[in-house]
Write a protein that binds this ligand. Structure first.
Ligand code: HPA
Length: 283
């Protein structure tokens, strides 16, 4: 099966199980240690990725691996619990198949979450960061190869990849809840090795505030399909060139788990907002 066939086959399978997807359904991608957000959903039905032919299976602890359908604060939601990464050996396009599936099901807004290192020295571990823009340092692009016209245009614009209105709405909701949220630029690197001090300094000088090994590929695929995007990074560690601290995957998962309560509160508050209903598909 090519990617278009995989997505349309998976689309039929999901609609056979769940029925048609309602207008206003929120898409979520829950990254490392953040699957707890899915615990706030009600009336849930889980479909393991193993039951969806062609979807890549994660090999990384902390990445779950199922699609959860249900409601978040009364809003229909489809959450991808667990994702796959370039460093596992998947192609850029393969890492985006689950997001493309959500787009094909009619989701028109998606929240991408991740665990990330804070490059901005003013940002603290344990805070959340709303993604305002991104830098792709993977050397790869999920749209490489023949364009799939039914997904989107050959040269999708990325000038407003991350919806500023959604960032503003998320800031307002965070303030109302008393949550500290930063705003900044996220850079995706291929991983799996972490950064040297020289790399950390270079990415900071480039203008990145947070760094991680996911999300940008999905953002490109989502914008290709015209989805509105919001990104929330959970800053799990400070990544500072002048006092490098050893970063373990376990510590990243631990910190993400500690912050998942804040992430859940923010996502529940956002899902309840009527403004999400007015989100046009191709913003
Ligand atoms: N660097 C890269 N990826 C990460 C980091 C980091 O410091 N923290 C969590 N994911």
């Amino acid at each position: 099966m090519n990617h278009q066939e995989t997505v349309s086959h998976a689309n039929r399978l999901i609609r056979d199980k769940l029925g048609d997807i309602q207008a206003g359904t929120l898409g979520l991608v829950l990254g490392s240690g953040l699957s707890a957000v899915a615990g706030a959903m009600t009336g849930t039905v889980d479909i393991p990725y193993t039951e969806i032919p062609g979807l890549p299976q994660s090999s990384v602890p902390g990445h779950g691996g199922y699609l959860r359908a249900g409601k978040l604060s009364g809003r229909p939601a489809l959450a991808l619990c667990g994702r796959v990464h370039l460093y596992e050996g998947f192609s850029a396009a393969e890492t985006c198949l689950p997001v493309r599936l959500l787009g094909s099901l009619g989701v028109n807004m998606i929240v991408l979450t991740n665990a990330a290192g804070a490059l901005n020295p003013l940002f603290e571990a344990g805070s959340l960061m709303l993604i305002t823009d991104h830098i792709n340092m993977t050397g790869q692009n999920p749209l490489t190869g023949p364009n799939i016209e039914s997904f989107g245009p050959r040269f999708p614009d990325m000038g407003r990849a991350w919806c500023p209105e959604l960032v503003a709405l998320a800031r307002r909701e965070a303030a109302r809840l008393g949550l500290l949220v930063e705003r900044g630029v996220y850079v995706q690197v291929p991983g799996p090795s972490l950064e040297t001090p020289a790399e950390t300094r270079a990415y900071r000088q480039m203008g990145a505030d947070a760094i991680g090994m996911s999300t940008v590929m999905e953002a490109i695929a989502a914008r290709h399909m015209g989805l509105r995007l919001l990104g929330i990074s959970c800053l799990t560690n400070k990544n500072s060139p002048d006092c490098m601290q050893e970063i373990s995957h376990e510590a990243v998962l631990d910190m993400a788990a500690q912050s998942s309560d804040q992430m859940t509160r923010l996502l529940c508050a956002l899902a309840a907002r009527p403004e999400l209903d007015s989100a046009p598909g191709r913003a």
